[in-house]
Ligand binder design. Structure first.
Ligand code: MF3
Ligand code: CO
Ligand code: CO
Length: 263
């Protein structure tokens, strides 16, 4: 079964409560697990010489094999089944015929549509022998996501997430991308719930039990502002320095968060 935008390319927004009923959360557990499996499987194939098109094909097949559909395909016209963001690409890189090079870093962003709901997860992988500064960037970005998940619980303001991320990133001399944010997710890939990765004192909304959303910090070695390639998708750092990202889909529990995108 394909998502409703698969043929038209136009995701028609409908109202979706950020607090999900238990049966939707149960379906999201299965979609989340499938997304995590696909991400691990495609990540295994990362090595110097592999093209991002080959990774895209692996992702597509693995989603179909699990009875799902790759959510990115034709979402707003996105042409592939996987986002592959190399080095200075912040997010939404389009797979192509370029082979990964020894020393690259590559983010693979997998989203699967399974049983009427989406599971969205990404990770940044090292290609061969990567320089120490890039490895530190990737490690700190992973820690930013972990620290953000650790502050999620009912009653906490949403801005606690961005505060945790910004403190850790800037404490390590890195920048936090503002223009792309985490999001509510469920029957729709993206709902209108925004989850910034920087501290926004004006964001007063409070986290509630049963909410499902992603946290997906994009952290930069240098400037955090972006340019967009003429393809309309590929977002790169303005200074072309490297950037990394990690993402999980979560559900808020009575006293914390359950990560849905784990195997
Ligand atoms: N998976 C991305 C996210 O984390 C969204 C990709 S949209 C696409 O929100 F169209 F590029 F696939
Ligand atoms: Co996402
Ligand atoms: Co994603």
């Amino acid at each position: 079964p394909r998502p409703p935008y698969a043929d038209t390319g136009v995701p028609v927004r409908e109202p979706e409560n950020p607090v999900q009923p238990p049966e939707v959360i149960e379906r999201m557990r299965r979609a989340g697990k499938a997304a995590a499996e696909v991400l691990a499987l495609v990540g295994e194939a990362v090595r110097p010489g592999v093209t991002t098109d080959e990774l895209d094909a692996l992702c597509h097949e693995a989603c179909i094999e699990r009875g799902g559909y790759p959510s990115p395909l034709n979402y707003g016209g996105f042409p592939k089944s996987l986002c592959t963001s190399v080095n200075e690409v912040i997010c939404h890189g389009i797979p192509d015929s370029r082979a990964l090079l020894d020393g690259d870093i590559v983010n693979l962003d997998v989203t699967i549509y399974l049983d009427g709901v989406h599971g969205d997860t990404n990770a940044t992988f090292l290609v061969g022998d990567v320089d120490p500064e890039s490895r530190r960037l990737v490690e700190v970005t992973r820690e930013c996501l972990e620290r953000a998940i650790a502050v999620v619980r009912p009653g906490q303001p949403f801005n606690a997430i961005g505060r945790a991320i910004q403190e850790h990133a800037e404490g390590n001399g890195f920048g936090v991308v503002r223009s792309f944010v985490g999001h509510g997710i469920g029957r729709q890939f993206h709902t209108d719930l925004h989850v910034p990765h920087y501290y926004d004192p004006g964001l007063t909304r409070v986290i509630e039990e049963g909410m499902t959303f992603t946290i997906e910090p994009m952290i930069t070695v240098g400037a955090w502002d972006h340019d967009l390639w003429p393809d309309g998708w590929t977002a790169v750092t303005v200074d072309r320095k490297r950037t990394a990202q990690f993402e999980h889909t979560l559900v808020v529990t009575a006293d914390g968060a359950e990560v849905l995108t784990q195997v």
